[in-house]
Design a protein around this ligand. Structure first.
Ligand code: XIL
Length: 299
């Protein structure tokens, strides 16, 4: 069996991978992708600098290639990401105030409209909270347009693609006691109370072996789920691909019925943004690693 097929048998979950358009011509890569995964996330191709390189000039070429590859094979697509402080095109980096707010909302509307009906879940807003113990929002040009920029982005996304699940996505939100996790939790709670459209929380889960496995990870997942949102593990990779940690992540997700899917952030170690840490399920030659066996066994 395969990762995707096993996940599907576990309550209709998905098991996905981040995919790069320029690797779709690599046979080893696409063989693994097509065999193992039933969801894809474009690694960079839907980011703001890729889809709107010049203001109001949209380029969907590379993102469309991934969407076409996935949908023609029955895979789901996670959209990543509509509003983010990073990987902004130069024109947006230099904007502020009302002009930036309107440009951001136009971007959300245009891109979500282009992919209307084709996206399983959108990471509407990515990484809006600060690291450390403050629990504050991250300072960024978007945050400086006003604290309501996140809910404005979610409302625009809902209007453009009413059937996509709308997610808030962040990293270092695995440990339930971490101030950043608590801050995201309070925002989601507030959104649910006030009727701001939000359907899911993405935990990137770029896990670092130097700290212990977050023993309260399952508590984090179930606490968000109890707010009435799905949880998705959206960018999983683990330093040195510790097989026990991979198994723990799968078991923790399976223990929470609203944990609906897991995405690993790349296919082979050589495809990873953390390649030197060999953090993925397949080695550079495309061979299954011990972590792969651990994940498949747990699923
Ligand atoms: C990373 C990509 O993997 C790299 O190719 C790119 O150079 C930088 O971005 N959090 C996210 C992802 O939400 O978009 C990031 O992806 C990794 C961290």
């Amino acid at each position: 069996t395969t990762l995707g097929a096993s996940a599907a048998e576990r309550g209709g979950r998905y098991f996905g991978a981040a995919v790069a358009a320029n690797k779709l011509s690599d046979n080893v890569y696409t063989t693994i992708l097509n065999r193992e995964f039933n969801s894809v996330t474009p690694e960079n191709e839907m980011k703001i600098d890729a889809t709107e390189p010049n203001q109001n000039q949209f380029n969907y070429t590379n993102a469309d290639r991934i969407v076409q590859h996935a949908r023609s094979r029955g895979m789901a697509v996670r959209g990543h990401t509509l509003a983010w402080h990073s990987q902004q095109p130069g024109w947006m980096q230099n904007m502020s105030g009302t002009a930036l707010r309107n440009a951001m909302l136009n971007h959300v509307t245009q891109v979500a409209t282009h992919y209307r009906g084709q996206i399983h879940s959108w990471d509407v807003v990515n990484e809006a909270f600060a690291d450390g113990s403050s629990g504050a929002r991250r300072d960024s040009n978007l945050q400086r347009t006003g604290n309501d920029w996140i809910e404005a982005a979610f409302r625009a996304a809902r209007a453009a693609d009413p059937n996509a699940k709308l997610c808030y996505n962040d990293y270092n939100t695995d440990d339930w006691t971490h101030a950043k996790t608590q801050a995201v939790y309070r925002m989601v709670q507030d959104f649910k109370q006030r009727g701001v459209p939000i359907d899911c929380v993405g935990l990137q889960s770029h896990l670092n072996n130097q700290s212990p496995y977050p023993s309260n990870y399952r508590t984090t997942l179930s606490s968000f789920a109890a707010l009435g949102v799905d949880v998705q593990i959206t960018e999983l990779d683990i330093e040195n691909a510790n097989a026990t940690w991979y198994r723990n992540v799968v078991n923790d997700c399976l223990a929470v019925s609203r944990c609906t899917g897991i995405t690993v952030w790349g296919i082979r170690d050589s495809d990873s943004w953390r390649a030197s840490q060999n953090p993925l399920l397949f080695d550079g030659n495309g061979n299954k690693k011990a972590a792969y066996d651990a994940v498949l066994q747990a699923l």
